[in-house]
Design a protein around this ligand. Sequence first.
Ligand code: F6P
Length: 360
Amino acid sequence: MKKIGIMTTGGDCSGLNTVIHRIIRGATLRGWDVWGILDGTDGLCVNPPAAIRLDDMMLPIENARLAGSFLHNGRANALNFETAAETGRTDVFNKQLRKSLRALELDALILIGGNGSLSLAWANRAVYRDVQLICIPKTIDMDMPLTSRTIGFDTAVQELTRFCDQLMLTARSHHRWFVVQAMGRDCGQLALNAGVAAGASAILIPEIKFDVDSLIEHIKHSQPDYGIIMVAEGITLRGHSGRPADMISRKLTAAGIVNRTAYPEHIQRAGDTTATDRILATRFADCALQAIENNETYVMTVLECDDVHTVALSDFVDAGEIVRDPKIPDLMTSNAYVSPDDALLSVAHDMGIYIGTIKK
Ligand code: F6P
């Protein structure tokens, strides 16, 4: 019989409870013992480690669709890999984590995390030397290389689309525009996908150059004379500071275009998990459990051409564009941006959406 642990780290998103539920289900059917570590790495920093034994009754199936993590993701001000590195406490922090994992006597740990969590797990891989480490990618930003989908993205697109759908009705009544700021850090996937789904008139993302005068011309001649201008939070405007939606809104106002800003914020991370995210969570959970059976370690589950399999965590870190943080020399994050060849860019352009300067 195996003893496995589950840990959710980084920002939450919808779909975490589904993946936790499916891991418990699949592991229980195998006769394994399942433990949930509470609050991500915070739960490993206390003696004894904060962990609870999990069974089907603790996370009932009807709750598996709810956003957030039943296990919590940790407090923002807690000691973690990043703050430990910033304050020169990496060795102490890592030792404590390894000690806790040993104390729990886990055979394997399933870590559900985003770019930061997974690249930090690799950078500090000695922590996980005594367990099989299997990672599952989740994030609403969809900025992780090697996988064409991450848990939480589809639900975030759905929530942001729903938000725009409501705004569209009031926009129509007053012949005016809403500049909606999407999350996504420096990646435009969420803004692009929800923008197309909601029928936005313009979509501005960090990966594609845009020109404010062209945007203004486009909006002035748009029919109908109301709608959504989707702005990714990662865009910048030379010579301007402040929130991207505010910057664009001020420019539009100066050009005589009546508009309001709207910030869906963390609603994008909430919302009942969509069927697509639930299926992905179920497939990733199944793949992770199989990886444990196959004695794999330091791997991540991915979706590639509708096939779910594992890839080496080192390949994941090597794959994306590497961003180094000067304060934390070990930290490397990989970002998978919207590619200039992304078919959705060209579709958006063909549908009359202002998207900036794209290759055709
Ligand atoms: O990475 C997920 C994300 O929701 C980003 O899209 C966003 O920029 C950030 O986290 C918000 O972080 P916080 O919850 O700390 O405000």
